[in-house]
Ligand binder design. Structure first.
Ligand SMILES: [Zn+2]
Length: 555
């Protein structure tokens, strides 16, 4: 810790606080790494000009040849390509940063206490209060919570608390009342109002039933959305991310991004996937794919959600849930609807990224992609399956043969491991969270976190991919250790692979001449440090196109 503070004082003195990159800059005295396909390239100095890498120097002595006028002495720290998260939810992350955080809370009582503390410290500025991150699986008894416990602390403010996976909300009676939910309100298609023995709504709403409440909430202004996004992007830069794929944006979100881009307030690149179900996105589809000259904002893909999540038993399975006989989850779209949304996007020249968690859903999505990709023009769009989490063993090879990207989240394996055994039993785990099996099958992968469902810190993802262990090194040897990836393959997931999945492999994801100078300086050497310490790596500074967008020193 002291060492890096010292280094940063020196870096600042050396003129690290760069504004725009107009003169050539040399970052020297670093342990530099980049992937170049399967190879790891090492270097001790990196030169960039006008936002792009101009040269790498393998030895410090060679770097003296550089004519760069700006020089940054890295004092031996590690330099990596900027990390890319191929699947996150930026606006939700910004909102999460501005609401009650219930991640890892150990009981319903503790969650209620957290909400009460938030209300007393920061009174809700409207009639609604947001929170997120609860997970009853971590609680004694593992029961869903009820509205009554929230009613005890808030009768006037409508409290809406999203489950950690985003597929359920827990609300108080006031929220049910405002939403007009009464005892005989029917379950909407694709959703469920959880009820007690008397048939009364308990305050937990699953999947499409969440909309009954969410639609009753006042909508955010474009300015509010942009403020959430800006807050999130600053946080992502601090986590060492230089580009993020936003998995499902409304037309309003796109407007907000465009306003940030225009104002020069996007510290991190965004690859936005248009939410297929927002009718207002029709205009964005009609406009065709758009990427600005500096590659800060790409709008050339569509996000479709085909099922829910495993934790809330929304993922659609071929067979019953092991811990809930008779229940197989929910497909959110009919085959016709799936086909309709996919072909509409392809006709407009957009990549299609479909959320599929359950094995049934993955099969349905693969079938549709396989049909589309008989056309070379469709295949060239590099369609993706977001999550590709639970597969039948025979379905693994279909990704490579149909030319699809499996967009995976390594931390889901380590966060879900106990719950997944409960939901699926051991047998179905053979091809679940099977990153190595997918890679060996020749599938193109991309790595992400699914923040704010998981932490945005990409070193958590690298650690999970390499070790298949939680931060306390459980289970010993790793969870399904055959699915571990090498450090090189793991870094690829979050750099060149994620770039490929966004059609950006020629501009970002590698530090080679001609690529944008998107890089990070970190506290420890990712390639040398013990495996179990990878998640502890700290970001010291983040650069996008040669511009410093984060420095630990200034926090
Ligand atoms: Zn997601």
């Amino acid at each position: 810790m002291k060492r890096s503070v010292f280094i940063f004082a020196a870096l600042l003195a050396a003129g690290l606080v760069a504004g725009s990159a107009t003169a050539a800059t040399l970052v020297h005295n670093v342990s530099g790494y980049t992937m170049d396909g399967p190879e790891v390239v090492t270097f001790s100095a990196l030169e960039f000009d006008d936002g792009k890498v101009t040269r790498l120097y393998s030895r410090e002595s060679d770097a003296r040849q550089s004519t760069a006028t700006e020089r940054i002495d890295g004092k031996g720290v590690t330099l990596l390509p900027g990390l890319i998260d191929a699947h996150g939810h930026i606006t939700r992350h910004g909102r999460a940063l501005a609401s009650v955080d219930l991640v890892n809370v150990g009981s319903e009582t503790a969650a209620v206490q957290r909400v009460a503390d938030f209300l007393s410290a920061e009174p809700a500025d409207g009639p609604w209060l947001w929170g997120r991150g609860w997970n009853q699986v971590l609680w004694p008894g593992k029961q869903f919570p009820t509205r009554q416990s929230l009613d005890d602390i808030s009768a006037d403010v409508a409290v809406v608390l999203r489950r950690v996976d985003g597929h359920a909300i827990w609300v108080n009676s006031r929220a049910l009342e405002v939403a007009g939910i009464v005892d005989d309100t029917p379950d909407p298609p694709g959703g469920q109002i959880i009820r007690d023995e008397q048939g009364k709504a308990t305050g937990v709403l699953i999947d499409n039933a969440m909309n009954l409440v969410l639609n009753a909430m006042p909508s955010d202004s474009d300015e509010q959305i942009a403020a959430y996004q800006a807050r999130a992007l600053r946080d992502l830069a601090a986590n060492g991310l230089t580009s993020v794929h936003d998995a499902g944006v409304s037309a309003q979100h796109v407007r907000a991004y465009r306003s940030l881009l225009k104002a020069g307030e996007m510290p991190v690149r965004v690859y936005a996937m248009l939410a297929a179900l927002d009718p207002a996105n029709d205009t964005n589809l009609a406009a065709g794919p758009t990427v600005d000259a500096a590659h800060m904002l790409s709008v050339r893909s569509v996000k479709i959600s085909a099922d829910g999540a495993l934790g809330s038993r929304g993922a659609a399975l071929f067979e019953d849930y092991s811990d809930k006989p008779g229940h197989r989850g929910l497909l959110l779209l009919t085959d016709e609807e799936l086909k309709h949304h996919m072909s509409r996007a392809v006709a407009a020249g957009f990549q299609v990224n479909t959320h599929a968690i359950g094995d049934l859903t993955n099969d349905r999505v693969l079938v549709n992609y396989e049909m589309l990709n008989q056309e070379e023009a469709s295949r060239a769009l590099r369609h993706r399956v977001e999550h590709a989490q639970i597969l039948r063993p025979q379905d693994v090879s279909r990704f490579a043969s149909a030319g699809l990207v499996a967009s995976i989240q390594p931390t889901h394996a380590t966060s879900d491991k106990n719950m997944a055994v409960d939901r699926l039993g051991e047998e179905r785990l053979e091809a679940a969270y099977a990153w190595s099996t997918l890679l060996d099958s020749g599938a193109q992968l991309a790595g992400g976190s699914d923040f704010p469902v998981e932490f945005a810190n990409p070193f958590y993802g690298l650690h999970a991919a390499v070790t298949r262990q939680s931060h306390d090194n459980q289970p010993e040897g790793g969870w399904f250790p055959g699915q571990k990836l090498s450090r090189e393959a793991s870094l690829s997931l979050f750099t060149q692979d994620a770039a490929f999945a966004a059609h950006q492999e020629k501009v970002i994801g590698r530090l080679l001449p001609g690529y944008y100078a998107d890089f990070i300086l970190v506290s420890d050497n990712y390639f040398d440090q013990p495996e179990d310490a990878i998640w502890k790596n700290r970001v010291l500074a983040t650069f996008v196109a040669g511009r410093r967008v984060y420095s630990a020193e200034q926090e």
